[in-house]
Design a protein around this ligand. Sequence first.
Ligand code: BES
Ligand code: MN
Ligand code: ZN
Length: 459
Amino acid sequence: MTPKFASKSSKAIPVHVVESDRLAALVAKLDIALWVKSNGFTATLGQVLIVPDETGAPVAVLAGWGNADARARGRLQMGTIAAKLPKGNYEIVSGLRGSALDQAHLAWLLAGYAFDRYKVKVGAVARLKASKDVDARRILTEAEGDFLTRDLINTPTNDMGPDALEVEFRNLAKSHDAKVKVIKGDALLKHNFPMIHAVGRASDQVPRLLDMRWGNKNDPLVTLVGKGVCFDTGGLNIKPASSMGLMKKDMGGSATVLGLAHMIMSLGLSVRLRVLVPAVENSISAGAYRPQDVLTSRKGMTVEINNTDAEGRLVLADALAFADEEKPDLLICNATLTGAARVALGPDVPPFFTDDEGLAAQIDHASTAQADPLWRLPFWEPYEADIEPDVADLDNAPKGGFGGAITAALFLRRFVDDAASFVHLDLYGWCPSAKPARTLGGACQSARAMLAVIEARYG
Ligand code: BES
Ligand code: MN
Ligand code: ZN
């Protein structure tokens, strides 16, 4: 689905955004004291009051904005207000300025998402007419990227296997005049991507590496790598039903890099962009890779498979090594990589890992400014020993499982030497219960923050 603002010429109901302790002044100005009192409207955060004329038609909306403490408990709170309003066109006319006004517009658009691929009818939404004080094109672009990511994650694997993900990848490239190369099936062996092949070969949709390029060759190279495990059964180390239930979302990293790529290309940033997605299904069949198999990676290190469910780091390792060969200025890895990241930080705050202090500070800043929560975890060197087994160079699933998000990140880092800066983000890609501006289901995490980081570095 695509986000929309109401047209510029539409008639819109004015929305007054009001903090609790500014309510009295607004009420006096609009002369609506009785209505406000009889409805018990006190402007707590997310509270909505529709003000009718004498015929009952709405002439204004008061949107409760609470106080700073209440707002600090969530993000993109305007989404709650948008979701409460009846169908119609609205315009924010007072109470917000500057970046808060832009963010309210974004939240409104994000709240209007519905996964409508399999449902004939989805409810009509309250549309926002963009204020002339905001950068409407930019906000719309961010929402488009976010919606693309959500759509890709929400689409079940029967319609979003490696074949369909490749089609989506090509469609995005085509709409931005980007170039695509795809290496598929046994050609992966010929071109030396043995781990992508090993993980994906048990599926009847062949494993593949999707490779997109866009931009001017003199601009700094930014490479995005996204985990594209279209379904993760766990392989022969099969997941229990309770863990497998959500695994259509295991291509969330690739969905996120595509959403981010859309934003970068639409806004025409001055970077040379490359997007790499190893697209596979971690399936079970006679050809499946096994526990205790030893794989030789693209980079040459050998990997002992101690759990076929730790497949993400294997396909990413080959893709990251390939990306790294070109010495990108910035290498970003997005993946629904570990359950441990969720145990550590919960579903809404993805951890990121980087050795670049400057980049870490930029991500920290952008995460807060863009209301796109991220939290740094360390590449904790003393745990390096945990990923070194007896029989091979690397172990894909350290025993004990302590610090699982960190050991997975350390594993990936072994495949990156030459990128000037590297960051890995361990995403959840899913919103387990609806929140302001976020529907239940697929979630686009980190893309807007990383867009701001890329702009700050190269803009
Ligand atoms: N795709 C999963 C990780 C995952 C699970 C992300 C649930 C989000 C929600 C990944 O492939 C996986 O299974 N990781 C294992 C690794 C372990 C076997 C070392 C995990 O985290 O349990
Ligand atoms: Mn897995
Ligand atoms: Zn996985």
